[in-house]
Write a protein that binds this ligand. Structure first.
Ligand code: NAD
Length: 268
C-alpha cells in the first residue's frame, strides 16, 4: 500500500470491532494512530497493546489513546487539539464510531432517535469540520473516511434512526467531497454489510441466528472486521488518489438485491 508509512491517522470508536481492526491495519502499514474511545479506557488500551505487539515485531510508528464522545462539540475540539499537538499534524480522519437502537419505528423515543443521530451523523460532521479546518491550515490536503453501512441505501425497518443516520452520511460524504475536492481533500465512505463485531452480539454469539443472517448474504457468510479495515487503508492511500465522494460497499453482495438470485418475477 503506497504512502501510509509515517501518516497520522485518527480513528473514532477504535476500542472495539471494525474501528479496532482499522487502527491495527493502519499501524501495520507504519502509520501513527490515534485511538479514540468514549467509555472504556481499558478496551482502548487493548487496541494499543495489540498495535505495540505488532510494532515490536518490526516497523515504525507511534500510537496514542484519546477519550472523547464524538457527539460533543467541545470534546471533539479538545480531541483534535490533543492529536495534532502529539503528532504535529493529522493526515487521515476515520469516522467509525456508531450505535444503533432497535425498536418498532412508531415506538422510538425521541431521546433514542436524537442519540443515534448525534453519534452517527453529528459526530462525523463535528470531526470532519475539525479535520477540514486543520487540512486547510497547512499544505498537503487530507483524507476523511466515513464508516457507513449497506443501510445507507437499503432501508432497515425497526432500526429507523440508524438507517436515517447512514443515509445522511452518504450526503455528508458527497457534499464534503464536492466542496473540498479542489483543495486536495478526499472524502469517501465504506459501506459494510454484516460484520462479526460487538454491535451484532444478538446473532454472532448464537449459531442458529448466525446461520439465519448468513443465509441472506450472497457470499454465504458475514465479514471479518479485517476485511472491512483493508478497504479503509486502500481509500486512505495514494492508490485511491483519484477517488472521492464514493461509498465502496464491502458487503458480500448484499446490495445486489439478493432476492433476485433466482428468477421469480419473470414467469420463467
Ligand atoms: P462496535 O460496537 O464494536 O463499535 C462501535 C464503536 O463506537 C465502539 O467502540 C463504541 O465504544 C464507539 N462509540 C459509540 N458511541 C461513541 C461516541 N459517542 N463517541 C465515541 N465513540 C463511540 O461495532 P462495529 O460493528 O465495529 O461498528 C463500527 C461502525 O461500523 C459503526 O459506525 C457501524 O454502524 C458500522 N457498521 C457495522 C456493521 C456491522 O455489521 N458490524 C455493518 C455496517 C456498518
Amino acid at each position: 500500500m503506497s504512502n501510509l508509512e509515517g501518516k497520522n491517522i485518527l480513528v473514532t470508536g477504535a476500542s472495539s470491532g471494525i474501528g479496532q481492526a482499522i487502527a491495527i491495519r493502519f499501524a501495520q502499514h507504519g502509520a501513527n494512530v490515534a485511538i479514540n474511545y468514549r467509555g472504556s479506557a481499558e478496551q482502548a488500551e487493548s487496541t494499543r497493546s495489540m498495535i505495540r505487539v505488532l510494532r515490536n515485531g518490526g516497523g515504525p510508528g507511534k500510537e496514542m489513546v484519546v477519550q472523547a464522545d464524538v457527539s460533543g462539540e467541545q470534546q471533539v475540539r479538545t480531541m483534535f487539539a490533543r492529536v495534532i499537538a502529539e503528532f504535529g499534524r493529522l493526515d487521515v480522519l476515520v469516522n467509525n464510531a456508531g450505535i444503533q437502537h432497535p425498536s418498532a419505528s412508531h415506538e422510538v423515543e425521541i431521546t433514542d432517535f436524537d442519540r443515534v443521530l448525534a453519534v452517527n451523523l453529528r459526530g462525523p460532521f463535528l470531526c470532519a469540520r475539525e479535520a477540514i479546518r486543520h487540512f486547510l491550515s497547512r499544505p498537503g490536503g487530507g483524507v476523511i473516511l466515513n464508516n457507513s453501512s449497506v443501510h445507507e441505501i437499503i432501508p432497515k425497518p425497526k432500526y429507523l434512526p440508524y438507517s436515517v443516520s447512514k443515509g445522511g452520511l452518504e450526503n455528508l460524504t458527497k457534499s464534503l467531497a464536492l466542496e473540498y475536492a479542489d483543495r486536495g481533500i478526499r472524502v469517501n465512505a465504506v459501506g459494510p454489510g454484516a460484520v462479526v463485531t460487538p454491535i451484532n452480539r444478538a446473532w454472532t454469539n448464537d449459531p442458529r441466528a448466525r446461520r439465519e443472517v448468513e443465509s441472506h448474504i450472497p457470499a454465504g457468510r458475514a465479514a471479518t472486521p479485517e476485511e472491512i479495515a483493508s478497504v479503509f487503508t486502500f481509500l486512505a492511500s495514494d492508490d485511491a488518489s483519484y477517488i472521492t465522494g464514493q461509498t465502496i460497499f464491502a458487503c458480500g453482495g448484499l446490495t445486489l438485491y439478493p432476492e433476485f438470485r433466482t428468477a421469480w418475477s419473470s414467469g420463467e
